[in-house]
Ligand binder design. Structure first.
Ligand SMILES: Cc1cc2nc3c(=O)[nH]c(=O)nc-3n(C[C@H](O)[C@H](O)[C@H](O)COP(=O)(O)OP(=O)(O)OC[C@H]3O[C@@H](n4cnc5c(N)ncnc54)[C@H](O)[C@@H]3O)c2cc1C
Length: 382
């Protein structure tokens, strides 16, 4: 039990954890490359009620708050960090379409029920090859021409680039403009082309790749926001609540599984877990995970309160993903050679932790966000 967590919260977490341990973890290796299995498992997660979490009930979702959603992602990550990551990405984009954009065309909102039940999938299209950490360096642009926008440019590192039915695309509002806009683009729109996949350290059951916009033309009414940069930052803040939840689930599973292993495995005539040096390492790791969990719950509570969240969300993302990286590397050592096997779960957990340190703003970017806030407070005003 935790100070913010009641029985209902606990039940939400336990349901997600039980499902992921039983139905995702056993398929970890197949899910790495088998795209059809991955899609089937995403459908299964929809049937289990894990889609549409942040979408209001009246729009076909579950009306979960941020704390409840965090618990689902932490629980799912206990069995599969990758699947939890993919689900939260879908749910975030879908929630944004359903609830974030004030002047959204009602025609676009008609897709929400299909997003809430996982029938249709989405992608968040921000990163370019030359603008990863710095989205203000975006080159792709759209020109308004009467009732349509013509989109030009290339985007990279887009999760679900090949299969998504809908794309939230951030581009400059004109070739020479500094302002960014967010556009809604449907799969199959002429001029939108999936180019290539990026093979990665982990998670290759889904395409993460490049998209080309070659005079891709969408109606003016597909404008989601005239202030795309602000919306992108808001979307990234949401992710900075949830990627830590995934990091915590992954880290906790690593410590639990290595403790169980060392309780059974003997060296020098006794279980390795009886050594104080080993117990201290586990104690330190569990303490850090618990601290990360407290920060996660507080961040989710701040998000639910409607208070500004950017700084605490950056702390949350920085701390939890760094803890996951540290913990999974230490656990790999504690598994000995067993942890170095090609299909060792701990090897996958390490790779997921690394991914979580990079996506949705790297650890360095989180430090920039937090550090700038401190500097603003203490630097003399000019
Ligand atoms: C698996 C995966 C899925 C992704 N999915 C999506 C997606 O769906 N949609 C999307 O838009 N993007 C996606 N991305 C892209 C992701 O958001 C970027 O990779 C991330 O923002 C980092 O950008 P970069 O890789 O270009 O790093 P770079 O900008 O090239 O940075 C390189 C290194 O320099 C550091 N650095 C950069 N600037 C500074 C600075 N000022 N001070 C100190 N250090 C600095 C960085 O922290 C990093 O360590 C995905 C990436 C991955 C790995």
């Amino acid at each position: 039990m935790n100070f913010l967590i009641d029985q209902q919260h606990q039940a939400i977490f336990e349901k997600a954890k039980a499902y992921s341990v039983e139905c995702l973890a056993p398929f970890a290796s197949q899910l790495e490359n088998d795209r059809e299995l991955l899609k089937a498992k995403m459908k299964e997660m929809a049937e289990q009620g894990f889609y549409g979490l942040g979408i209001p009930k009246e729009m076909g979702g579950h009306s979960y708050n941020y704390l409840q959603m965090s618990l689902v992602y932490e629980g799912l990550a206990y069995g599969s960090g990758i699947m939890s990551f993919l689900l939260q990405l879908q749910n975030n984009i879908n929630m944004e379409i359903a609830t974030f954009y004030e002047d959204i065309d009602p025609e676009i909102l008609k897709v929400v029920p299909d997003l809430a039940n996982g029938n249709k999938t989405t992608a968040f299209v921000l990163t370019e090859n030359a603008s990863g950490c710095d989205p203000s360096a975006t080159n792709a642009y759209a020109e308004l021409d009467g009732d349509v926008y013509h989109i030009h440019g290339q985007k990279d590192w887009i999760t679900n680039a090949q299969d998504a039915d809908y794309f939230n695309v951030m581009v400059k509002d004109g070739k020479d403009s500094q302002n960014m806009i967010m556009l809604f683009v449907e799969k199959g729109t002429p001029g939108l082309r999936y180019i290539a996949n990026r093979e990665r350290m982990i998670g290759n059951g889904i395409i993460v790749g490049s998209l080309e916009f070659d005079n891709c033309t969408v109606p003016k009414t597909n404008l989601l926001s005239a202030n795309g940069f602000k919306e992108a930052l808001k979307a990234i803040d949401v992710a900075r609540v949830f990627t830590p939840a995934i990091a915590i689930g992954v880290a906790q599973q690593a410590v639990d599984s290595v403790a169980e292993y060392l309780g059974q495995r003997e060296s020098f005539g006794k279980p390795i877990l009886t050594n104080q040096g080993i117990q201290w390492q586990l104690a330190e790791m569990n303490t850090k995970i618990e601290a990360a969990r407290c920060l996660l719950y507080k961040t989710a509570a701040v998000m639910d309160s409607g208070e500004p969240v950017a700084t605490i969300a950056a702390m949350n993302k920085l701390f939890a993903t760094d803890v996951a990286m540290e913990v999974t590397v230490k656990c790999a050592q504690l598994f000995g050679a067993e942890g170095f096997m090609k299909d060792a779960p701990i090897a996958k957990s390490m790779a997921v932790a690394k991914m979580l340190q990079i996506v949705d703003g790297t650890s360095e970017i989180q430090k920039i966000v937090v550090g700038r806030g401190i500097a603003r407070q203490y630097l003399p005003r000019r």
